[in-house]
Design a protein around this ligand. Structure first.
Ligand code: ATP
Ligand code: MG
Length: 564
């Protein structure tokens, strides 16, 4: 994989370098541990790039581990999509694919070990009572009346929990730590709960399931993870992570390191809420191009390289912050500018008839595929008497400094000729402009006047007879609120959906070169932006998604920042 050249210092890299130098770590082993209860999003991409990136950088390895201890919310569809997305981003876990559910037997044995060493007990309090007994941030908790059961009784009850003798919620296995600990996570946390539910991998084998806190650290230890990188909300869980491992004969004791999760403006990243968008059909699916999911971004036209570049640029911090979504768009433009062939497409067509152009004549005019990369060569674009230009490129009553087409005004058609507007044809009833009559100057072929005459505007165009119809979908932010954590009381994210987030243009015309494109191909439509072929697109029924516009406010912001 091509390396990004935008390495930003990050404190996790510093820790790893130090651990390798002092030989605390021989070989770096990290893991990416998604719960298969939804599709991956751009926040996960940060974690994937960090975990796989650090492993690659230090010649270690990164495991993909499904953290699947919550059978009611997990599905194989999610497992498959997660694997596809991680691969698409360009990472490879090799043979190191794991499932926490593969450790269920071992986890059970470790739980029994805790019981035998009096570090765990079966508790009959209900979930509500457990909460009540837990105490508050300012006041200590109370011991459960079941805390001092004998080892024998605990072993017997735990075996019977496993055997399915008790209904959901009637008993739990709890770690016996300290109900007065200032850290609520240490107040005898539940490590097993009864859940009569089928699991996507283990089927009906289990009716008790280990909790995240118990499972995660042990899974890390069994896989001999060296650096267990997670997001900040787990900082308060670290003492529990360490406590569990300290009680058990595990092969090693990985180091948990927390970093700030990615927050992006106008972007919602809670899987639960993304699921609601899908279930309530507020979007077309997990891969709706407006979704921040990797499958949505892929469909929108994001490239793995742009996402990896973004992940590197945002760096890794210890404090939460908000990243401007324009940085993400900037990274996409940077990549596509180099690789996307240029094409001409007219999104809102206006017919132009060239009076003095011979009827029935066609010319093939050479056009450059990518000015950034001469090796991409040229193509021929057909030119004829009837053309389409963009409606917004004509004004009957132009304001000052409108350098595009207007009555009497002359412009250049890209790679073609100068044309001058001589007449405006309107619909008699509606008064709408239906057609422009223009003349062309045969001496300006290729775009320059031999007499040195200048024009201020250059327009894109397609030939009416040769162009191909297409549908184009334009996207804007899915939400109108920059910070989705700041939804006021009494409102929810549904109140902030952007009604303009999708605009479908069904009468577009694209140059004939685009007739045979394949899904996910990228193009720059000149003057319009970067577009991607939608997977639903077919020959004869082309569909393009605008990945990102050309306008780059981020580059300006960055320039201002460096100048000031
Ligand atoms: P939830 O806990 O709501 O299911 P989650 O996004 O934490 O959501 P996981 O599947 O547990 O889901 O996440 C897998 C990994 O991705 C975790 O290590 C998590 O810390 C990391 N991750 C999730 N969201 C972000 C984010 N916004 N920025 C960085 N890392 C993230
Ligand atoms: Mg999580």
């Amino acid at each position: 994989m091509e390396e990004t050249n935008n390495k930003v210092p990050n404190f996790i890299r510093t820790i790893i370098e130090e651990d390798l130098r002092t030989k605390k770590t021989e070989r770096v082993i990290t893991r990416f541990p998604p719960e298969p209860n939804g599709y991956l999003h751009i926040g996960h991409a940060k974690s994937i790039c960090l975990n796989f990136g650090m492993a690659a950088e230090f010649n270690g390895r990164c495991h993909l581990r499904f953290d699947d201890t919550n059978p009611t919310k997990e599905e194989d569809e999610y497992v498959q999509s997660i694997m596809e997305d991680v691969r698409w981003l360009g990472f490879d876990w090799g043979r190191h694919l794991y499932y926490a559910s593969d450790y269920f037997d071992q986890l059970y044995d470790y739980a029994v070990h805790l019981i035998k060493t009096e570090k765990a007990y079966v508790c009959d309090l209900s979930p509500d009572e457990i909460r009540e007994y837990r105490g508050t941030l300012t006041g200590p908790g109370k011991n459960s009346p079941f805390r001092d059961r004998s080892v024998e009784e605990n072993l017997d009850l735990f075996a019977r929990m496993r055997a399915g003798e008790f209904p959901n919620g009637t008993r739990t296995l709890r770690a016996r730590i300290d109900m007065a600990s200032p850290n609520l996570n240490m107040r005898d946390p539940v490590i097993y709960r009864i859940l009569h539910a089928k699991h996507h991998r283990t089927g009906a084998k289990w009716c008790i399931y280990p909790t995240y806190d118990f499972t995660h650290c042990i899974s890390d230890a069994l896989e001999e993870i060296t650096h267990s990188i997670c997001t900040l909300e787990f900082e308060d869980h670290r003492p529990l992570y360490d406590w569990v491992l300290d009680q058990l004969p595990v092969p090693c004791h990985p180091q948990q390191i927390e970093f700030a999760r990615l927050n992006l403006t106008y972007t919602m990243m809670s899987k639960r809420r993304l699921l609601a968008l899908v279930q309530e059909k507020l979007v077309s699916g997990w891969d709706d191009p407006r979704m921040p999911t990797l499958s949505g971004m892929r469909r929108r036209g994001y490239t793995p390289k742009a996402i990896r570049d973004f992940s590197e640029r945002i760096g890794v911090a210890k404090r939460d912050s908000m990243v401007d979504v324009q940085l993400l768009e900037y990274c996409l433009r940077e990549d596509l500018n180099k690789v996307a062939p240029r094409r001409m497409a007219v999104l809102r067509p206006l017919r132009v008839v060239l009076h003095n152009y011979p009827e029935g004549q066609t010319e093939e005019l050479p056009a450059i595929n990518n000015p950034e990369d001469p090796s991409m060569g040229t193509r021929n674009v057909p030119f004829s008497r009837v053309l389409y230009i963009e409606q917004e490129d004509f004004r009957e009553d132009p304001p000052k400094k409108f350098f595009r087409l207007a009555p009497g005004q002359e412009v250049r058609l890209r790679y073609a000729y100068f044309i001058r507007c001589v007449d405006v044809i309107k619909d008699k009833k509606s008064g709408e402009i239906t057609e422009l009559h223009c003349t062309y100057d045969p001496a300006t072929r290729g775009g320059d006047a031999p007499d040195g005459r200048k024009v201020r505007g250059t327009l894109h165009w397609v030939s009416a007879d040769h162009s191909v119809p297409a549908q184009v979908r334009l996207y804007d932010h899915l939400f109108t609120l920059p910070d989705l954590a700041e939804i006021p009381e009494g409102k929810d994210f549904r109140d902030y959906l952007n009604p303009q987030s999708l605009q479908v243009l069904s009468d577009c015309y694209v140059e004939p070169q685009l007739a045979d494109v394949s899904p996910y191909e990228h193009f720059q439509f000149e003057r319009q932006g970067y577009f991607n072929v939608d997977p639903s697109s077919k020959k004869g029924a082309l569909v393009f998604n605008r990945s990102v516009s050309l306008k780059d406010t981020w580059a300006k912001i960055e320039k201002q920042n460096t100048e000031s």
